[in-house]
Design a protein around this ligand. Structure first.
Ligand code: FOL
Length: 183
């Protein structure tokens, strides 16, 4: 059975983005994203990050593709990704499931991280494969044009690798929360 881990940072009004970029600049928070999505137990395996095409476009070109991770991009149109290593384009979730379930490919990856945006998170939260949501709760309202979907049937859990307590950067407070599917 596949296990989807979602990771997101959202403001108090559940905003995640504005004009195809992050509405805040939180360096340590971004370091947390990189560490969580990159870290593997086996040094010969990588994690898969799954994102929508707009999220792909929002990543600064120097981090495209996200290093040390296998980047999956979902797009209705076929993308020209030939120039990139460790990047796969898909036109449907079914094609993504087929690849993740391929016995040869299964040996190459460890965890699956869903990194947005809204419609990608919504699909993952509603999927039977939804396992955990690593949500950074930013304790401030931001003007946003894209939002994290509403969710239910989760319980808050603790993960020993997740730093506890309230963090602060540039006067903005946030907390790393972990929610697990309770169904
Ligand atoms: N989850 C959390 N917790 N915080 C986020 O900022 C976040 N962002 C996205 C998805 N989940 C998140 C989507 N947006 C990069 C840029 C945008 C982005 C995700 C990643 C990016 O460039 N990441 C680089 C590090 C960049 C840096 O250190 O400044 C990477 O290697 O991960």
């Amino acid at each position: 059975m596949l296990k989807f881990n979602l990771i997101a940072a959202a403001s108090q009004n559940r905003g995640i983005g504005k004009n195809n970029t992050l509405p805040w600049k939180l360096k340590a928070e971004m370091n947390y994203f990189s560490k969580m999505t990159e870290t593997t137990k086996s040094n010969s395996k990588k994690n898969v990050v799954i994102m929508g095409r707009r999220t792909w476009d929002s990543i600064p070109s120097k981090y495209q593709p996200l290093p040390n991770r296998i980047n999956f991009i979902l797009s209705k149109s076929k993308l020209d990704l030939e120039q990139f290593h460790d990047v796969c384009g898909f036109t449907s979730w079914n094609d993504i499931y087929d690849k993740l379930n391929d016995n040869k490919f299964k040996e190459e990856y460890e965890q699956i991280w869903i990194i947005g945006g809204s419609s990608i998170y919504k699909h993952a939260l509603e999927s039977k494969y939804f396992y955990r949501l690593y949500l950074t709760e930013i304790k401030k309202e931001f003007d946003c044009d894209t939002f994290f979907p509403t969710f239910s049937n989760v319980k808050e859990v603790s993960d020993p690798v997740v730093p506890q307590g309230i963090h602060e950067e540039n006067g903005i407070e946030y907390e790393f929360k972990v929610y697990q599917n309770a169904l």
